[in-house]
Every structure is written in C-alpha cells, then in structure tokens.
Design a protein around this ligand. Structure first.
Ligand SMILES: Cc1ncc(COP(=O)(O)O)c(C=O)c1O
Length: 387
C-alpha cells in the first residue's frame, strides 16, 4: 500500500487566501530532537494550544501593528486581559491608583479580587496631577486608566497621566476598548500595558468574547507567562473570527464615529434629553483633551441623561423598535444599554450619583447603519419617553 501524507499535515500545494483555522489542542513531533529543539526555542514551533496557536499568533501580530507595540498576548476575555496585566506585574503589598470613572466589571475586579489579594486600590481623577499626587504613596506601583471612560466618555489626557507615571516610576495600564487603536495608540504616549476587549470594536460583530494586552516585548513576556500558566487563553476559533472582523475594523469605526457625531448633535437639540455626553461636542468636559488625544473621530459611544429619569428611560427602551437593549458595545448594529442596571451595578447608587450615572442615563453603541435609520427609531422612542 502507498504511504500517503495524512491530510491533517499541511501541504505546500494548498495556498489559501484566508488564514486556515487550527483547532488542534496539541501538535506532533517526529522525534525527540525536535522536542528538545522546541524547548530551547519555543517560538520555533507549537506544542500545546494553551502555549500558543497559529490563529492567536496571527491576531497578536495584527493587534501589535494596530497598537504600534512590540508584542501582544490574547486572552479569553477583556477582563482576563485586565486581570492578567495586574496579576503579572503587581504583588501583594503594592498599591494601584485607578481612574474613578471606569467599567463596573473592572471596578468589581479591583474591589472584590485585587484588594483582598493584598493590593491597595485608590481612586483619582487621572486628568488632574493634584488628584494623582493625593492618591500616590510609597508602594504605588501602577496607574490604571481608560482612554475613553465607560459610561460618560471622559477622555484621559494620556500625556498628563503618562508624565505622572514616568516621574513616579509607576507602570501605566490603559484600557483602550472604547477609543480603539483606530483613534489613539496609548503606547505612543508611554503606556506600558494597553488592554483591549476584543469583544467590542476589534471583532465588531457581537459574536466573540476575547481580550488582548499589548506592550514591550519585556512586559508582554511576563503577561504571556501568566496567561499560559493561569490558563485564560483565547480559543483559535474566536481568534479566527476576530481576524475576520479586523479586516473591516477601520472602515467600521470611521462610519460609527460619523454616525455618533450626528446622533450626539441631534440628541442635544431634543427636549426629552437633559444632557448629552459625547467627547466630540464642545460642551463635553473633556472636549479639548479629546481633540488632542483622539484622531479621526471622537468614538462611537454616546450617552445621554433623559430628563424624566428611570421612568423615561424605561419608556425609551420599550419604544425602540430596531435598536436593541444589549448590554455590550462595539458591534455593527446600533444597540443601547442602561449603565446603572448593567455595567455599573457594582457601584452603590450613591457612588453612581456622585459620578453622574443617574437612572436616566442611556448609553448608545452606535452602529454602521445609515444615520437616517438610526435617528428614525431613536426620535420616535424619545417622543414616547417625554410623554
Ligand atoms: C471598557 C471595558 N473594558 C473591558 C471590558 C471587559 O471586556 P469583556 O467583556 O470582553 O471581558 C468591558 C466590557 O464591557 C468594557 O466595557
């Protein structure tokens, strides 16, 4: 019988245009010399999916190019990226200064996991050096910020916070999920760890949960080691889906930003709306910072506070016909969420009110539909919310 190369082994004759999907959990070796060679240079081959996979490696390269960093590591979710960055670089006894307006899941991680683990967490206005100075102490080792904060969209002055971190010998970790590397690259401002939830704009189709940490080779080597050991790696299928989503990343974000700007302007003139939060509006508290830090658009998230509070928010959500209530963001379809009930439920109501997150705040993730379609649905729902 003729010996045939098993189909599972790749052939040079097959040259696909798109990246093949490698689901194998383990890789084979023809002899012990090759096994030994792998362990002396792990970048030379693949051995076990948790330690690396061609699909995740491919997306790591793309994210590194987008974020203009030396390297990146993918994780099983955005939260896994944030927690990996913290666990890999902080130790019990260290202190962390975090921005006071941030994603509720990150706040829950800081308060319910990192603090009990032994890291002291303090909060500051990261755009204000005096506030950072007040939060700083001898054990402060890291500062944590979001480029565009969830949900009221304050833009972080990366020059200020990075200058403070460098002067105080602290690491800086920045969550770039809301801004995306299409609008700003925090590494170019001196950020040590840039984290992204791939779940949102980078994949962009609401069908993947994933995360990434990007930075220098030295920093990422530490985070990668943690991710491989702790085990929260991204599945090859989710990496493959993300690679496909990334093909349209810039064009999606451009269209979403244009729609968001139009929506913010239209909402500003609506009597049912008490206040609009969008960094592209002159009235936004960080508009001047946004003009410096964001290039090519002001983001695709728009939040607004309904004059009628929670009853109006309820009527608005119930009246939307095409815009779904979906507590995530960054997909191609316009969706809405209610931060007080979802992303920011880990905060007490007093904390939320202090931060301006009232029960009337609606957070929109603006999609790529023609703007007229979005506004048609929103405006009819707003008229019901003001009855
Ligand atoms: C700003 C921000 N960062 C991180 C995350 C967490 O990402 P994931 O849901 O992929 O864990 C979210 C989720 O909503 C987010 O809004």
């Amino acid at each position: 019988m003729h010996h045939q190369e098993p189909a599972r082994h790749t052939s040079a004759a097959i040259r696909p245009e798109t990246t093949p999907l490698y689901m194998s959990s383990v890789y084979t070796f023809p002899n012990l010399d090759e096994v030994r060679a792998y362990y002396s240079d792990p970048a030379s081959a693949y051995v076990y999916r948790r330690n690396g996979n061609p699909n995740t490696a491919q997306v790591e390269k793309i994210i590194s190019r987008l974020e203009a960093t030396e390297d990146s590591v993918l994780t099983s979710s955005g939260m896994a990226a944030i927690s990996a960055g913290c666990f890999a670089l902080l130790h019990p006894g260290d202190a962390l200064i975090a921005t006071e307006v941030l994603y509720g899941g990150t706040y829950a991680f800081f308060e319910q996991v990192l603090r009990p683990w032994g890291v002291e967490v303090t909060y500051a206005d990261v755009n204000d050096p005096a506030s950072l100075e007040a939060a700083y102490g001898p054990t402060t080792r890291m500062i944590y910020a979001e480029t565009v904060a969830n949900p009221l969209l304050q833009v972080t002055d990366l020059e200020t916070v990075s200058g403070f971190a460098k002067a105080h010998d602290c690491l800086l970790m920045v969550d770039n999920t809301f801004a995306t590397p299409s609008l700003t690259k925090p590494y170019s401002y001196g950020t040590d760890l840039v984290v992204n939830s791939l779940t949102k704009y980078l994949n962009g189709h609401s069908d993947v949960i994933g995360g990434s940490v990007s930075g220098s080779q030295q920093v990422i080597a530490k985070v990668r080691k943690f991710v491989e050991t702790f085990g929260g790696v991204l599945s090859p299928f989710d990496a493959w889906m993300t690679e496909r989503g990334l093909e349209t990343f810039h064009i999606r974000v451009r269209q979403q930003c244009e729609n968001a700007m139009q929506l913010a302007r239209a909402l500003q003139n609506h009597q049912a709306v008490h206040k609009v939060y969008y960094p592209g509006l002159d009235a936004h508290e960080t508009h001047e910072v946004a003009k410096r830090i964001l290039q090519g658009g002001f983001g695709a998230m728009v939040s607004f506070d309904l004059a009628g509070g929670e009853p109006a928010a309820n009527a608005f959500v119930a009246s939307c016909q095409h815009v779904d209530f979906a507590p995530s963001l960054g997909g191609v379809r316009t969706t809405l969420s209610h931060p007080a009930l979802t992303s920011h439920r880990a905060f007490t109501s007093e904390e939320r009110l202090r931060l301006g997150i009232t029960d009337g705040v609606i957070r929109m993730s603006v999609g790529i539909e023609p703007f007229s379609e979005i506004w048609e649905d929103i405006s009819q729902a707003l008229s019901r919310a003001s009855l």
